[in-house]
Design a protein around this ligand. Structure first.
Ligand code: AMP
Length: 214
């Protein structure tokens, strides 16, 4: 089963992808994670992506599409994938279609995580991440045991530069204008499934599992 997991920033795509990978055999491709890894490794791609990411802008399509092309090309025959954070606009969605056709791959479902704006803002402003291993925390609902220190690896827990309040508004606007219209795009293709993304992560995971099993 090949999936797209999409939704607004803060809708829980990364968290749910991680749970799906833990309990099933998916390859998980997050464009946000791939860009953050490139930034950490100080590659040319990372330097370029950082300029856009820090302002909450989308990284240009040709770069993002090229990145996804490279990872999908390496997928083995029997592997299933989850795309998390890609596509984010109609150009990327069309490019993905073409790419999947070229690689003889098929998309089975586009799962949309529905979360209202107030909750998105609370999740994003309160989110903290480990600089080293990427573990995700929240200052109210899931703080690390020792402030600023990752429970998993002891790394430094920080706020993502694009989770600062002034950048969040921009990201949410870009989402509304570019990504939300993909709901209709996948609805027309008969691939769209909407899942309530509110509540605890296990609750949301159960909802997703239910639609996948059906
Ligand atoms: P995310 O981790 O999915 O919230 O993505 C963080 C940031 O990475 C976004 O705000 C964009 O700057 C960039 N990014 C991630 N995925 C894409 C994409 N599909 N197209 C363009 N930019 C992206």
């Amino acid at each position: 089963m090949n999936l797209i997991l999409f939704g607004a920033p803060g809708s829980g795509k990364g968290t749910q992808s991680a749970l799906l990978v833990e309990k099933n055999t998916y390859r998980h491709f997050s464009t946000g994670d791939l860009f953050r890894a490139a930034i950490k490794n100080q590659t040319e791609l990372g330097k370029l992506a950082k300029r856009f990411m820090d302002q909450g802008q989308l990284v240009p399509d040709e770069i993002t599409i090229g990145l996804i092309r490279e990872v999908l090309k390496k997928l083995k025959k029997n592997e299933s994938f989850i795309l998390d954070g890609f596509p984010r606009n109609s150009t990327q969605a069309e490019a993905l279609n073409e790419l999947l056709t070229q690689l003889s791959l098929k998309l089975d479902m586009a799962v949309f995580l529905e979360v209202d704006k107030k909750l998105l803002i609370n999740r994003l402003t309160g989110r903290r991440v480990c600089k080293n291993c990427g573990a995700v925390y929240h200052i109210e609902t899931k703080p690390p045991q020792k402030e600023g220190i990752c429970d998993v690896c002891g790394g430094q827990v920080i706020q993502r530069p694009d989770d600062k309040e002034d950048v969040i508004e921009n990201r949410l606007n870009i989402y509304e204008d570019n990504t939300a219209p993909l709901k209709d795009y996948y609805r027309k293709k008969g691939l769209y499934i909407e899942v309530d993304g509110t509540g605890g992560q296990d609750q949301v995971y159960q909802r997703i599992s239910k639609v996948l099993d059906a």
